[in-house]
Design a protein. Structure first.
Length: 288
């Protein structure tokens, strides 16, 4: 039998999904870990040291993720994840539970939050201007008919409807944004999750925003990846990876500063999920 992996940290939503006797399949493999699926819920087994609602952080040796294959079955019982086909187990019984800290008291005005978010996005643009949907934070003119121009029109239409609390219009625009882009979490999905996360994290979700988030979540489970759908659903609750909570909290606290290292982590998070989520947060700040 191969050595048992020891889980160091367990995200709150991962803990909720791991009910006694549950089972599922390996959903996908990345350079940093393994995505698991149980019912509609996702988990991410990773050696990466960052806080996430879905993560099962493990201490592993190089190459220990190599045996995993999409479609492999797994089962959970008595604190142990078992992958019978590849003879691997993960012990989560002593893992530390992670949940988002309470939102800090809001000390800044909305105009100041807007300036802070614009500054953060400009810092990203200066480092990697071609990353994901960062061009939405750049006021430059886009080529008519280009993919970037079409996406800007879609997001502008969504935001215009959101400002008017036009649920039908926002959902129509949102449907065109969901699933837009490639990868495990398309850029459009990340943008929407950032937009919804800002309102939930800052406790500014109006009845309209709550209805919008609920409907977008339902649409996401029907039309885009399971990973994206879970992120959008969690965003409506104010849950996300700690990197994005730090970004939003930095808008609220007077003396908060986002370090260059954090900017680097955001730019390198996923294929372009870090920047796309932040662009969505920036759009939300201007929609309040």
């Amino acid at each position: 039998m191969k050595p048992t992996m020891i889980a160091l940290q367990l995200g709150g939503l991962a803990a909720k999904a791991l009910t006694e006797g549950c089972s599922g399949k390996v959903m996908g493999i990345t350079s940093r870990g393994v995505f698991l699926l149980t019912g509609e819920r996702i988990l991410f087994v990773t050696d990466a040291d960052y806080r996430s609602p879905y993560n099962i952080q493990v201490n592993i040796k190089p190459g220990q993720f190599n045996p995993f294959t999409p479609g492999d079955d797994w089962a959970y019982s008595q604190g142990m994840l078992t992958f019978q086909k590849i003879d691997i187990r993960i012990d989560i019984s002593k893992a530390t539970l992670w949940q988002p800290a309470p939102v800090p008291r809001i000390e800044t005005s909305l105009p100041e939050q807007t300036i802070r978010m614009d500054t953060l996005l400009q810092r990203m643009l200066s480092l990697d201007p071609d990353k994901g949907w960062l061009y939405l934070a750049n006021p430059s003119v886009l080529v008519a008919g280009s993919e970037a121009s079409i996406i800007r029109e879609m997001t502008n239409r969504f935001l215009a409807c959101a400002k008017k609390s036009d649920l039908e219009g926002a959902l129509q625009a949102g449907r065109s944004i969901l699933g837009r882009g490639g990868g495990l979490t398309p850029s459009g999905d990340d943008w929407l999750s950032g937009f919804l996360l800002y309102f939930a994290r800052t406790d500014q979700a109006s009845p309209f925003i709550r209805a919008l988030g609920q409907s977008l979540t339902t649409m996401a489970f029907e039309s885009t990846t399971k990973i994206s759908a879970n992120r959008i659903e969690a965003a409506c609750l104010g849950w996300s990876e700690s990197l994005f909570l730090e970004v939003i909290d930095s808008l609220l606290v007077s003396d908060a500063v986002i370090s260059n290292l954090t900017i680097e982590h955001l730019i390198n998070f996923g294929h372009s999920s870090g920047v796309d989520t932040c662009v969505g947060v920036g759009a939300a700040v201007k929609t309040v």
